[in-house]
Write a protein that binds this ligand. Structure first.
Ligand code: OTU
Length: 650
């Protein structure tokens, strides 16, 4: 829409831009700025329009965008143009990701280059390297307490190493995902230092209070994120003699986005890493960006405005770069991070599918797919050109974030059911072989989450100890079942390093006093390359998992209906142990794959007439892509083996 005020302001800003900016060729920059300016201006005005320095701040923002554009290399600019043309590039089924720690996986950035063949052998072509920025050695929160946003921790290497890794990855047709920790900084960040030394400008970067009055009001409605290790949301700072908002650990200071300078700094940081060659940026803890008295301080409307601003600005300077929203929140809230009222994605193109992840774990514990079916059915519609990041495990705990109402409709009391799940995965429930540990136990609310490695949570550790062959088989089957789900559901599957070779819980963190209290480290072990070598030895656990996973990944890449064009149809079936859906080619509905997963430990029957009722016409004989064998219905039903997933094609 043509809008006079924004147009006039744009002209004024262009006139005022620093002299040296005018010397560069900015054709594409100006086109993109023109296209996005109305949105940027409107959002910026919604958030900061009342400030006397509004225009000055707008100039500063546009200047930041221009300076980062000038810095963008010809190669990255070329990729921007190519991705603008082929704008659905990331929805393809060809992408399969892995998240890993640079140091724990390969020592440092240079070492990581040498390990790329391992990843490519498995079929990984999207690499999320966990945060590597400069952090205090002890209070680092695994890289999420950043001391310097523009500097790589010297233990990992240098910014140059990131650039050269990015260009190597590009040559291998692999994508690079880097983190930007947008919500907070370490208490050792330069801005905190300046705030502590009395600089008002930097005190305004954080939420700082003279006494408990405001903190107490906030605390009435703010939940605690790390109740066991860092209770409360505020920390008394000795140096300042004031209270500071610290939602996560007490050494992570929340940034105050009511101050436009904070937003501009963060956009500058986002573009800095975009210019170092990141294809995708994972924006951490985005639900928390805006704090408001009387609210939970999560998922606020303004947090979405901020993300849209970040996206629109990135669109101007580095349009080829995508965002992943890390918002581990209620199912109905997550999809909003794609952008709500736009037809096409206007916030983050990708979001962690935490709902699906927790539903999968529910199915593992209950050995049925009752809640999984309900949860998948109520997954909110997402926009076009938006996709899920589907995962089984990550570096964090497992939050049981399914919808309470779905739990009730499945016949559970949500609170008791969550307790059951925690008991199950921590091995307390009779008969459970899971070896997880409770995380974030909150006696005040009764809430708890779960830490543990995939293999230990599905019982592989227990089974190996007792050398129970049947139990080993069941654990491996469960690992494959869960992966086959994230590979076929629709979205980008993100594997977790170690899971492809059955890495068990690691207790090494207990030796390190700075980590011992945070049991999420149980699943952040040093990658065992000797164990990985066993993937070449037929019959070993490592070989079984790695080779099957490798095959499934290759199959996913060949199966075009697995690209995410919202082309999944859930099939309601009577058998509560099965999850059944089909994926069809939007261009040619005859090209489709039926995905059938049995979460039970006994074989189950799938009735053919139920498929027909859902519009899926089963051929007499279908081929299971996963096993290569052909499947035939007998007496109008198909036998589905225990803990097995089928990808059935005509
Ligand atoms: C993220 O986590 C990171 O993944 C964690 O490793 C960090 O500790 C945390 O941010 C702080 O930087 O904010 O929106 O169960 O799911 O802390 C979700 C807790 C987050 C995590 C939560 C998460």
């Amino acid at each position: 829409m043509y809008e006079q005020a924004s147009h006039a302001l744009l002209n004024e800003i262009l006139h005022e831009l620093k002299h040296e900016i005018g010397k560069h060729r900015l054709r594409h920059f100006y086109t993109r700025l023109g296209a996005n300016f109305y949105a940027i201006y409107s959002l910026f005005r919604l958030l900061y329009g009342d400030r006397p320095d509004f225009k000055k701040q707008m100039v500063c923002l546009v200047e930041t965008l221009a300076l980062r554009y000038i810095e963008r290399t010809p190669c990255l600019r070329k990729s921007d143009l190519a991705r603008e043309r082929n704008y659905n590039w990331f929805l393809s089924q060809k992408w399969v990701g892995m998240a890993l720690y640079c140091d724990r996986f390969a020592g440092d950035l240079k070492g990581l280059r040498g390990k790329l063949p391992y990843l490519q052998d498995l079929g990984i072509n999207l690499l999320h390297i966990m945060p590597m920025l400069d952090c205090p050695p002890d209070n680092s929160d695994g890289g999420y307490a950043v001391r310097d946003f523009n500097k790589i921790d010297p233990r990992f290497g240098t910014t140059r190493d990131v650039e050269s890794l990015a260009s190597t990855l590009q040559k291998r047709d692999m994508l690079l995902v880097l983190d930007v920790v947008v919500n907070h900084t370490s208490e050792e960040h330069e801005w905190v230092k300046k705030a502590r030394s009395g600089e008002k400008k930097y005190q305004d970067y954080y939420y700082i209070f003279d006494n408990r009055e405001m903190p107490d009001i906030y605390e009435e409605t703010m939940p605690e994120i790390f109740p066991a290790t860092s209770p409360g949301n505020f920390t008394w700072d000795e140096a300042l003699g004031k209270w500071v908002m610290t939602v996560f650990n007490n050494y992570q200071w929340d940034l105050n986005y009511r101050n436009p300078s904070v937003l501009i700094e963060m956009i500058d940081i986002i573009l800095f890493w975009a210019n170092k060659g990141a294809d995708i940026l994972r924006l951490d803890a985005v639900a928390f960006l805006w704090k408001k008295v009387g609210s939970t301080c999560q998922n606020e409307r303004e947090a979405h405005f901020l993300l849209r601003l970040m996206k629109d600005c990135c669109q101007v300077t580095a349009p080829g770069v995508l965002f992943i929203a890390e918002a581990i929140v209620a199912p109905a809230e997550i999809a909003k991070y794609f952008g709500e009222d736009a037809i096409y994605s206007k916030e983050c193109e990708i979001a962690y599918n935490a709902t699906f992840m927790s539903l999968l774990w529910d199915a593992v514990a209950t050995k049925n797919a009752i809640l999984l079916n309900r949860g998948v059915k109520s997954l909110p519609e997402k926009l076009e050109r938006a996709t899920w990041l589907n995962y089984v495990r990550c570096h964090d705990d497992i939050g049981l974030g399914f919808d309470d109402n779905d739990a009730r409709l499945s016949g559970y009391d949500p609170f008791k059911h969550r307790r059951f799940l925690v008991d199950y995965f921590t091995g307390k429930f009779p008969g459970s072989t899971a070896r997880g540990v409770p995380f974030g136990d909150n006696p005040k609310t009764g809430d708890a989450r779960i830490s543990g490695s995939l293999a230990s949570l599905v019982g592989l550790e227990t089974a190996l100890e007792s050398q129970n062959q049947e139990a080993i088989d069941a654990a491996i089957k469960t690992i494959m079942l869960l992966h086959s789900m994230i590979l076929s559901f629709g979205g980008i599957p993100l594997l977790y390093y170690g899971d492809a070779i059955g890495t068990l819980n690691s207790l090494e963190y207990l030796e390190d006093p700075s980590k011992a209290a945070d049991n999420r480290w149980i699943n952040r072990s040093s990658f065992d390359w000797q164990k990985a070598e066993k993937r070449h030895e037929t019959g070993t656990v490592e070989h079984r998992i790695f080779s099957e996973l490798k095959k499934l990944i290759a199959l996913r890449k060949e199966t075009v209906v697995f690209a995410d064009f919202d082309n999944r149809t859930l099939v309601s079936v009577d058998n509560p142990n099965l999850l059944v859906f089909f994926r069809a080619d939007p261009q040619n509905s005859r090209n489709r794959v039926l995905v059938v997963a049995n979460f039970n430990i006994d074989p189950q029957m799938l009735q053919v007439n139920e498929l027909k009722a859902s519009g899926f016409f089963l051929q007499d004989r279908m081929k299971d892509l996963c096993s290569g064998s052909s499947i035939q219905a007998e007496n109008d039903s198909i036998v589905i083996l225990p803990l097995t997933c089928y990808w059935l094609a005509d």
